[in-house]
Design a protein around this ligand. Sequence first.
Ligand code: AMP
Length: 195
Amino acid sequence: MTSTTFSLCVYCGSRPGTEPAFAEAARTVGEWIGSRGGQLVYGGGRNGLMGIVAEATLTAGGRVVGIIPKALVEKEWAHQGCTELHVVDTMHERKRLMADRADAFLALPGGIGTFEEFFEVWTWRQLGYHDKPVGLLNVAGYYDGLMTFIRTGVEQQFMNDWQMDLIRVGSDIATLLPDLVQAAGMAPEARIEAI
Ligand code: AMP
């Protein structure tokens, strides 16, 4: 931790998706982090929901740590306005550093990169590589199909209930974010109360 109250790693689309609700959620998450003196850790890009959550965090007064592999600096338009921008050699380095710098993880709607990052931190959690909370924000039902499929995995005994219990899934930012941050042992309101 730095002087911020908490550090939340957000995985989300490098595209905006079709529903206005996706961009709205990314903006609200950034505002939530920034207005509580928190820190956003993310993939360092300016495109899509990634750019929106970063911009909203900065505007609301939060810190933004962007971590991007050098091969993606141009493709994903590295966000030069980040409080800290780390250009790393590989995707593995990016994901490791993102995980190290976060107290908790949250996936918003996104594509293949977002899925991979979410499943990776979930599997790392079940293996005990970290004990940080992992959340999934189900905006406008985007992840309904995925959750149905994951429950199929439990029903057909490729997974256990305790593995399902390692993730926190919700559609309400005002409930899910405090839950994640508190589960990480951080107090989202601490700095505000201290002022
Ligand atoms: P997407 O959800 O596909 O728009 O990607 C969101 C972010 O995930 C982007 O910053 C991607 O660079 C990143 N990402 C992380 N791991 C991967 C991967 N294995 N393949 C593709 N993108 C990835």
